[in-house]
Design a binder for this molecule. Structure first.
Ligand SMILES: NC(=O)c1ccc[n+]([C@@H]2O[C@H](COP(=O)([O-])OP(=O)(O)OC[C@H]3O[C@@H](n4cnc5c(N)ncnc54)[C@H](O)[C@@H]3O)[C@@H](O)[C@H]2O)c1
Ligand SMILES: [Zn+2]
Length: 386
């Protein structure tokens, strides 16, 4: 992964392949690559109609350009715009999207296009999975989180009243087009939240990438220029390659794919405690979760050095991310509530929990026998810190 950032004249997009046999697909990454979306779709599926699903914010910023590229390539298209935010991953909005796809006479062989962040990717992907018993779809991720994580790997879902992402399907896209210039309009808080997932790939399996991020974080945030080859593009490509490799090994998360949940057991509990509101974005929860996973591995399990845990926390904090439960305002949840939420997220079997723990930066592993009492003691200690 330590390949140098491409030089200024290398404007060719980066293509990462997700190898899943007959369901393999390309992730095309670069500044301005969305301009080629129409031509790519026309080449991949000659004569296919498309149906774009997007949200109000993205419709304002990006939809006209997307309709433009499709139109120039002679690709017929219809679209639906839903409200932004997690509340669109609901049955009522899902129903509207499915009915709109049917009403637009999108048939087998045609394509759904998910244009937006993870919310739109999950919602449109799930609609594509079920309308007419399965339509192909293309992901055009517009948030950093979606470009490095949710648009790759085929997990699609809406939320249940019992919890997030409980109703869904595995349904791989046939193409992902990640235009890194689209991130220029993303609020910095959303960019940071995506950055937490990017750092995760270094922390879980690629120490050299983490070192590179440590040296180049500011350039990743700054983006790049129209000549391409920016640090941001490089970091997104490395992240996609990491996710693609794990998904290719374990598409349905029966093994290795669980490593992608580094920081997520603590993180999900904190998100749930905050009611999945803007109080704590997913990536922010994961930043705290990863900091806790490193500290837990260091102080309670003796697996990793305290210096490495401190380095991870310094890095995330320098990126503007929260790293302590106390960073959440208003005040953090009680220990009882947190333990209950952790137990709901990952069933406790005989007092044992499954956690992704670390031996150091870039060396995460799945531990199925974590003592729930140890976790409780650790969290109590963290909550009592000033
Ligand atoms: N399927 C998976 O593998 C997977 C993985 C991780 C997360 N997720 C899901 O992803 C969702 C979160 O995704 P997200 O963080 O992208 O949130 P999001 O889709 O809600 O987008 C965040 C906000 O940014 C706005 N936005 C999007 N693109 C923009 C742009 N280019 N410029 C300006 N504003 C823009 C959106 O309208 C929204 O308000 C959650 O529902 C989570 O469950 C899924
Ligand atoms: Zn995540």
């Amino acid at each position: 992964m330590t390949a140098p950032v491409r030089s200024a004249h290398a404007a060719e997009p980066e293509v990462v392949k997700v190898n899943l046999g007959t369901r393999s697909y390309d992730i095309v990454i670069g500044r301005g690559v969305a301009d080629s979306l129409g031509a790519r779709i026309a080449a991949l599926r000659p004569g296919a109609k498309t149906f774009v699903v997007t949200d109000e914010n993205v419709a304002r910023q990006i939809l006209p350009a997307i309709l433009g590229t499709l139109g120039r390539a002679g690709v017929k298209t219809d679209s639906i715009v839903v409200p932004p935010g997690e509340s669109s991953k609901s049955f009522p909005v899902f129903e509207r999207v499915c009915e709109a796809i049917v009403a637009a006479r999108i048939e087998r062989g045609d394509l759904v296009i998910a244009l937006g962040g993870g919310v739109i990717g999950d919602l449109a992907g799930f609609a594509a999975a079920v309308v007419r018993r399965g339509l192909d779809y293309v992901q055009v991720p517009t948030t950093l989180l979606a470009q490095v994580d949710s648009s790759v790997g085929g997990k699609t879902a809406i939320d249940s009243s019992h919890g997030k992402n409980l109703i869904g399907a595995f349904h791989q896209p046939i193409l992902v087009v990640a235009d890194t210039a689209l991130l220029d309009t993303l609020p910095v808080r959303e960019f940071r939240a995506g950055y937490a997932e990017m750092a995760k790939y270094g922390l879980l399996g690629d120490a050299a990438f983490f070192d590179w991020l440590d040296a180049n974080r500011k350039e990743v945030f700054a983006g790049g220029n129209s000549s391409g080859g920016s640090a941001r593009d490089h970091a997104i490509a490395v992240s996609c390659r990491a996710k693609a490799a794990i998904v290719a090994r374990d598409e349905r998360e029966t093994g290795d794919r669980q490593l992608l949940n580094l920081g997520h057991t603590f993180g999900h509990a904190l998100e749930a405690a905050c009611g999945y509101s803007d109080q704590l974005l997913h990536g922010e929860a994961i930043a705290i979760g990863m900091a806790l996973a490193f500290e837990f591995s260091a102080s309670r399990q003796g697996l990793c050095s305290k210096a490495e845990a401190a380095r991870v926390i310094r890095h995330l904090a320098a990126a503007g991310l929260p790293t302590r439960i106390q960073d959440i305002a208003p005040p953090p949840p009680s220990i009882g509530e947190l333990m209950e939420l952790i137990a709901q997220d990952k069933k406790i079997k005989c007092g044992r929990l499954t956690f992704i723990l670390v031996r150091g930066i870039g060396d995460a592993f799945i531990e199925t026998g974590v003592d729930a009492g140890e976790v409780r003691a650790f969290l109590s200690e963290k909550l009592s810190e000033q």
